[in-house]
Design a protein around this ligand. Structure first.
Ligand SMILES: [Zn+2]
Length: 128
């Protein structure tokens, strides 16, 4: 299997687990202002530089994008979910792609900043 295939199966696995998690245990949706202050708190407790959260049009398949050079999280919806914000925050702190290191850090952030239950459910969905 080539690298391209590995990368696309990682992104599919993560997207599928996220959508199942949001169906079973929906995470909180917040306005952009609320999302910014939540991300500021998360970043502070993780000792990372808080990214700016902005809303902008994105291609249909994307809920969010991390613009690493500008340290910005771009979200598609007026009320992004906590899960979308933590996904993009994980990219902001240096995890490229959606492979094992991305997934481990993302799950840790979900456990610490959403709930332990969400974290546990997410792990089992990711390893299904
Ligand atoms: Zn991503």
């Amino acid at each position: 299997m080539g690298k391209r295939n590995v990368a696309s199966s990682d992104v599919d696995r993560v997207a599928k687990a996220e959508s199942q998690l949001e169906t079973k245990y929906p995470t909180v949706r917040m306005s952009i202002a609320e999302a910014q202050s939540w991300i500021d708190r998360v970043a502070h407790s993780e000792d990372i530089d808080p990214p700016l959260v902005v809303r902008h049009q994105l291609p249909r398949r994307l809920l969010g994008v991390a613009v690493l050079d500008d340290h910005v999280i771009v979200v598609r919806h007026a009320r992004p979910s906590q899960l979308t914000l933590l996904h993009e925050l994980t990219h902001c702190i240096g995890h490229m792609g959606h492979g094992p290191s991305f997934q481990r850090r993302y799950v840790k952030l979900v456990q610490r900043h959403i709930s332990r239950e969400h974290g546990e459910a997410f792990v089992s969905l990711l390893t299904d």
